[in-house]
Design a protein around this ligand. Structure first.
Ligand code: ATP
Ligand code: MG
Ligand code: ZN
Length: 678
């Protein structure tokens, strides 16, 4: 600081600044909107007087006061009537030239003005905070006013009545005190700002003033300009700690758009993206670039591709239909589920990896938390934080009971509603979900239903567009290939299969494609419609309860739209519809539905209702056991006709089930044409 600088009166400089047309106008309009503050675009101040702007950032407490005095003076000139009504004008600064990273905040920034962009994870309700407290002397009844600063309510040192001057006791008088609205927020680093493999850091923010409280909800992305402060936590009976805790005193807050911020592609990258999109093999190239080190699982990588790009969400006047997809991987231990999830969280423009339990108290959805002081605050969980991104939920079967309820709404309506502890709020969770879970019994049992295999209710299962089963079944040929693949990775320390598109470009590609909103072509509509109706009528003829439902139809549309997006097409073509049908069939088959014979019955398979495969398998097995008791080993022909005549199970179906049981090893063929249980 130079001598010369101190001779310049900062308040005069600010007054000059406020005389600029833009700000004169802002000040003269304060009365119309009833505002008590004036907003300065930092850029303007910087252009007006660089030194002044820099000093403001260095010593915000003092300089905001100068600015406030100047603004009040100017208000007196512009609108003296309104000035008389207010006793001061608050100056709010927006858009500093650069933003500070939350994780870099430290003693260097203490007392400085900074701008932080982050997500709000926690918010208290708006609470009145006393600014000027009135205390009544219990001896003489005189009222003494005390301006309040700091976190604790301060009583007067002594009674202000000169004849009394007692040091208490005092009584707080609410009616005579002045209050201001305040709110506490907790900010957390955005998933996209997080260095890979790091846990997000948080920062508490204090908002004071009715104009800035209640603007942001948990899950919102905000840009906050404020002063970095520190306070010493105190230990009762010991004193204050020497290590302080940082927080931010907000000066202004703005809610940012929710689209993930990836740096836009450079012209060369854009060229690459457009060239790729024209490539007839673009889908295959992208699929092959997804987790290339993981061997096999082509259909799963294809689904991940659709999940990354997503379908188009539709908001109609009365309802909104989600565009984001949900996929579930149920699998035996050690089948690379976690690896796939972590990969997706890294590659997605806004990806978040969490375990079913969640990494915070808020779990997957949201929670009302009781803070140390006893106050309540609302905290956003993983799905809210991943709004407009992808949440990768590992071990989903282990989620908290509260989440089990709330996740229903989150997965279909894309909102999380909370009404608890005096807090009522609805948060957005427009999140695509890639979830993984282990079979309830340790390993996937193919002759049981999906619902029996996993400890998740059918109502949650039915909200997944695609479900795949990853089984770890020994198979000579596949094992050898996988073995070679994995050993090669370990030997070379890199993947034997190169990603055709590198991760960074792929992320940009996804962001780029998201701007496109493909529309179904007539051909695509016809394809999807034919498939849907065929499935519905097939089950009608069979007399089974419900075939594929409207949910699957919507899933098909989403997948087809996502596929069109991959090629940056504005139109969903027949080939997209075909691919969507193919992957849907694959998923249905994996969960045990016989697609070829059109005996598709989601409800049946998922819930295991009377006519389900499971029950038939039970019958088949019990008949076999009964016949075995009589004859020792069972003749297949007799077995088949027994089932046909006494249990009305058609020959073809018995054959299929026998095949399945043989493959599983539940029964075997001791001799050609004979069966026996193992
Ligand atoms: N198809 C595969 N290709 C390459 N590596 C694989 C494959 N399957 C499994 N692995 C390897 O096996 C290990 C275990 O994978 P991972 O931890 O992802 O399993 P998981 O399915 O999450 O198991 P769990 O259900 O027990 O959590 C990883 O090191 C992974 O790389
Ligand atoms: Mg795992
Ligand atoms: Zn007194």
């Amino acid at each position: 600081m130079t001598k010369e600088l101190e001779t310049v009166d900062p308040q005069k400089s600010f007054l000059e600044f406020f005389k600029k047309e833009k700000y004169r106008q802002r000040i003269s309009q304060m009365a119309i909107t009833g505002r008590e503050s004036i907003t300065i675009d930092f850029e303007d101040l910087f252009a007006f007087d660089q030194r002044l702007a820099e000093r403001l950032m260095e010593k915000p407490d003092a300089f905001l006061q100068h600015a406030s005095n100047a603004a009040y003076e100017q208000l007196g000139i512009e609108d003296s009537e309104y000035a008389q009504k207010l006793d001061k004008v608050t100056v709010r600064i927006v858009q500093l030239l650069g933003k500070e990273q939350l994780r870099k905040l430290g003693s260097k920034q203490l007392g400085k003005l900074v701008m932080i962009e982050a997500i709000v994870v926690r918010a208290t309700p708006v609470r009145p905070m006393v600014m000027n407290a009135a205390f009544k002397c219990k001896r003489c009844g005189t009222i003494t006013n005390v301006d309040q600063t700091g976190p604790f309510l301060r009583a007067p040192f002594e009674c202000s009545d000169p004849t009394c001057r007692q040091k208490g006791p005092f009584e707080f008088v609410q009616d005579e005190s002045t209050f201001i609205d305040s709110q506490d927020l907790r900010l957390q680093e955005r998933p996209e700002d997080l260095p890979p493999g790091q846990l997000p850091r948080t920062l508490n923010v204090k908002l004071v003033g009715s104009e800035i409280v209640d603007l942001a909800r948990p899950g919102d992305h905000v840009s906050i300009v404020g002063i970095v402060c520190a306070f010493a936590p105190s230990r009762p009976g010991i004193g204050k700690l020497r290590t302080f805790i940082l927080h931010l005193d907000a000066n202004s807050i703005g809610v940012l758009g929710k689209e993930p911020e990836t740096s836009p592609p450079s012209p060369e990258e854009e060229e690459k993206i457009l060239a790729l999109a024209k490539d007839p093999w673009v889908h295959r190239k992208i699929m092959n670039s997804i987790a290339p080190s993981i061997y096999g699982y082509e259909h799963i990588k294809e689904s991940i591709m659709y999940l990354l790009f997503g379908g188009v969400s539709k908001s109609l006047p009365d309802i909104t239909i989600r565009g984001e997809m949900n996929a579930l991987l149920i699998g035996d231990p050690g089948t690379a589920k976690s690896q796939l999830l972590q990969y997706v969280a890294r590659i997605a423009p806004r990806g978040l990896y969490t375990s079913g339990r969640g990494t915070t108290a808020a779990g997957l959805t949201a929670a009302v938390i009781r803070e140390k002081g006893g106050s309540m605050s609302l905290e956003a969980g993983a799905l809210v934080l991943a709004d407009k991104g992808i949440a990768c939920i590992d071990e989903m079967d282990k989620m908290r009971p509260e989440d089990r309820v709330a996740i229903h709404e989150a997965m279909e309506q894309h909102t999380v509603s909370v009404a608890k502890g005096g807090i009522v709020a609805t948060l957005n969770a427009r999140t695509a979900i890639l979830a993984a879970a282990n079979p309830a019994l340790g390993r996937y049992e193919p002759h049981r239903t999906v619902a029996e295999n996993i400890s998740l209710p059918v109502t949650i299962l039915s909200r997944f567009d695609l479900i795949f089963v990853l089984r770890d079944v020994p198979n000579r040929e596949a094992d050898e290939k996988m073995l070679a693949h994995i050993l090669e990775i370990h030997r070379r320390g890199s993947s034997p299969v190169e990603a055709q598109i590198e991760a960074d470009l792929l992320r940009k590609y996804v962001s780029y494609a998201k701007a496109i909103k493909p529309v179904l072509s007539n051909a695509a509509v016809k394809h999807l419609g034919d498939f849907y109706l065929a499935m519905r009528s097939a089950s009608e003829a069979e007399g089974s309860p419900v075939a594929i439902t409207a949910r699957q139809l919507e899933s098909l549309v989403r997948i087809a739209e996502a596929r069109a997006r991959v090629a940056l097409r504005k139109e969903v073509l027949a080939e997209d519809a075909e691919a969507a049908i193919a992957i849907m069939k694959r998923s249905l088959e994996e969960v045990g539905i016989d697609v070829s014979s059109y005996k598709m019955d989601i409800d049946l398979i998922m819930t295991g209702k009377p006519k389900s495969v499971r029950d038939k398998l039970h019958v088949v097995l019990s008949v076999l056991i009964a016949m075995e008791k009589e004859t020792g080993i069972v003749e297949k022909a007799a077995f088949v006709s027994e089932l046909e005549s006494k249990h009305e199970i058609p020959r073809s179906e018995t054959e299929r089930m026998v095949g399945q049981l043989l493959r599983e090893g539940t029964i075997y063929e001791p001799r050609e044409g004979y069966l026996k249980k193992t």
